[in-house]
Ligand binder design. Structure first.
Ligand SMILES: Cc1cc2nc3c(=O)[nH]c(=O)nc-3n(C[C@H](O)[C@H](O)[C@H](O)COP(=O)(O)OP(=O)(O)OC[C@H]3O[C@@H](n4cnc5c(N)ncnc54)[C@H](O)[C@@H]3O)c2cc1C
Length: 304
C-alpha cells in the first residue's frame, strides 16, 4: 500500500506500530485498565448521575444513567503488558461493588451485574518507572518519527476533536500542503439533530432511513430480544451502513447490547447471525464460526 502519510492512532497499540517502523523505538504508552459494571437503573433514585468524589484509593467513581441502565466505574490499574481483549480483575469488580454499595438505594450483589467490561487507557509512559497511574499524564502526544510516521496518543475522549485537528494540520504541513487548517469545529457530526424520545434517537437523521427499511420490509420491525427495544432493522442497518462484519460488531459496538446486558446479547446472537448470513451471504459454517467466536468474547462480560 502506498500513501503520502501514515497516521498511527491505535490507542494502547501505538507502540506495536512504532516498533514495526523502528524496532528500537521507545515506548510511548503505559496502559491503564479501567473496568465498568452495568446494573439495573432501580439502584439509583432519580435520573441524575452521581459522582463519588473520594474512594478508598483516593480517586473518583461515577454512577451514570445509560440507555435505561446504570453504568458504574471505573478503576485505574496500571499494566505492564496488554492483551487484545482486556479482562476485568476480580479485585476491580469487588472494589466497584463495595464502593457503590454505600451510596445506592440498596447494595448491588454480583448477581445484579448485567455486564462487566474492561478498557485500556493509552496513558503517556513516564520517563522513569512510576507505580501510580494518577501521576501519568492525561495529555495527548503527537510525534513524527524519522520515517515520517505520525503518531497521536494519550489524551481523552473529550479532547478527540482537538487531537484530530492537530494531527490533520501537522500532516498537511509535513506534506507541504496549503496553509488551510482543520475546520472540524464548524462541522456537525453525521446525522446530528436534537434528541427525541424515540428509541432510535441516537441515530439522528439516519432514523428516517431505518424507518424506510422497515417500510420496505415490515418484518424488520420485529424485536431482536425480549426486554430491550432493539429491532432486526438495526442489524440490517449496521451491516449496510455501519460497516459491521461480525456478530460482535453488531451486538457490542453498534447496538451496545453486550455492554448493557450480556445474557440478553447471548440470547440475541443466533437471530443476529441469521440476519447477517442473509445480508453478507455467509454459508452455515461461517455463521457457526461467527457465533462461536462471539460466545467466547461474551462469556467475559458475565460474572458468576
Ligand atoms: C475505562 C476507561 C474510562 C475512560 N474514561 C474517560 C472519560 O471519562 N473521559 C474521557 O475523556 N476519556 C476517557 N477515557 C479515555 C479514552 O477512552 C481514550 O483516551 C480514547 O479512547 C483514546 O482514543 P484513541 O483514538 O487514541 O484510541 P482508541 O479509542 O483506543 O482507538 C484506537 C483504535 O485503533 C484500532 N487499532 C489498534 N491497532 C490497530 C491496527 N494495527 N490496525 C488498525 N486499527 C487498529 C483499535 O481497534 C481502536 O479502534 C477512558 C478510557 C478507559 C479505558
Amino acid at each position: 500500500m502506498k500513501a503520502k502519510s501514515v497516521i498511527n492512532a491505535t490507542g494502547v497499540f501505538v507502540d506495536d506500530i512504532l516498533k514495526m517502523d523502528n524496532p528500537i523505538a521507545k515506548a510511548l504508552v503505559r496502559p491503564s485498565q479501567g473496568v465498568h459494571l452495568v446494573i439495573d437503573k432501580s439502584f439509583l433514585a432519580g435520573n441524575s448521575a452521581m459522582l463519588i468524589p473520594k474512594t478508598a484509593d483516593g480517586r473518583v467513581l461515577f454512577v451514570v444513567p445509560w440507555y435505561d441502565h446504570l453504568v458504574v466505574g471505573t478503576t485505574d490499574t496500571p499494566l505492564n503488558s496488554h492483551a487484545e481483549e482486556p479482562i476485568a480483575l476480580e479485585t476491580e469488580i469487588k472494589f466497584i461493588l463495595d464502593t457503590v454499595a454505600q451510596y445506592l438505594e440498596r447494595p448491588p450483589a454480583r448477581k445484579d451485574v448485567l455486564s462487566v467490561f474492561a478498557g485500556l487507557r493509552p496513558l503517556a509512559a513516564p520517563k522513569e518507572g512510576s507505580a501510580s497511574t494518577k501521576e501519568l499524564s492525561r495529555d495527548h502526544k503527537l510525534i513524527v518519527s524519522a520515517s515520517g510516521l505520525v503518531t497521536i496518543t494519550g489524551g481523552k475522549w473529550t479532547t478527540y476533536r482537538k487531537m484530530a485537528a492537530e494531527t490533520v494540520d501537522l500532516v498537511q504541513k509535513n506534506n507541504g500542503g496549503d496553509k488551510q487548517t482543520s475546520d472540524t469545529r464548524n462541522i456537525a457530526l453525521h446525522g446530528s439533530r436534537p434528541p427525541s424520545v424515540s428509541h432510535l434517537s441516537a441515530y439522528g437523521t439516519d432514523e428516517d432511513l431505518i424507518m424506510t427499511l422497515v417500510g420496505e420490509q415490515p418484518e424488520l420491525k420485529n424485536a431482536l430480544v425480549n426486554g430491550h427495544g432493539y429491532t432486526l432493522a438495526q442489524v440490517v442497518w449496521a451491516v449496510r451502513s455501519e460497516m459491521a462484519v461480525t456478530v460482535e460488531d453488531v451486538l457490542a459496538r453498534r447496538l451496545r447490547l453486550l455492554f448493557l446486558d450480556a445474557s440478553a446479547a447471548i440470547s440475541a446472537a443466533p437471530v443476529v447471525a441469521r440476519v447477517m448470513q442473509r445480508e453478507l451471504g455467509w454459508d452455515d459454517t461461517q455463521k457457526e464460526e461467527q457465533l462461536e467466536s462471539f460466545y467466547k468474547i461474551a462469556y467475559h462480560y458475565k460474572i458468576n
